[in-house]
Write a protein that binds this ligand. Structure first.
Ligand code: 2BA
Length: 109
């Protein structure tokens, strides 16, 4: 058995959640925040049998879009000029960041 952890953009969360439901795949959704952009994203936890991992990955791939986001990146010009400003920077986000981990044991009590 494997644990698939998929971090997706919030815009893709509903589509991906529906696709899991339609495929009868159990998933848990967590609200998360990207460490770099500090924007909300969504993390799905999916426990699956080994022979279903590729199917889960295909669904995630199909439901995750790559998008450009423009962020204001702070630039400090100091040395006593003491000027703080920011400049726009384009960042490519997604489709999905996916980790596949082995599971030692699975219990449902
Ligand atoms: P964020 O950390 O907010 O990163 C958003 C996007 O910013 C990233 O997209 C990447 O294109 C860019 N980025 C991240 N760190 C950067 C840096 N130091 N310099 C320049 N650009 C940077 P993705 O790679 O698609 O990642 C989307 C989200 O997935 C991330 O949001 C984070 O929440 C998660 N993530 C990505 N890699 C991860 C990792 N190795 N471990 C845990 N979470 C990860």
């Amino acid at each position: 058995m494997k644990l698939v952890i998929a971090i997706v953009q919030d815009q893709d969360e509903a589509v991906l959640g529906n696709a899991f439901r339609e495929a009868n795949i159990s998933a848990t959704k967590l609200s998360s925040t990207g460490g770099f952009l500090k924007h909300g994203n969504t993390t799905f936890l999916v426990g699956v049998e080994d022979d279903n991992v590729d199917n889960v990955l295909d669904i995630i791939r199909d439901c995750s879009e790559q998008r450009d986001q423009v962020v204001a990146y702070p630039a400090n010009l100091d040395m006593n000029l003491d000027v703080a400003t920011s400049f726009p920077m384009k960042v490519e986000v997604g489709g999905a960041i996916v980790f596949v981990l082995p599971i030692d044991s699975f219990y449902r009590f």
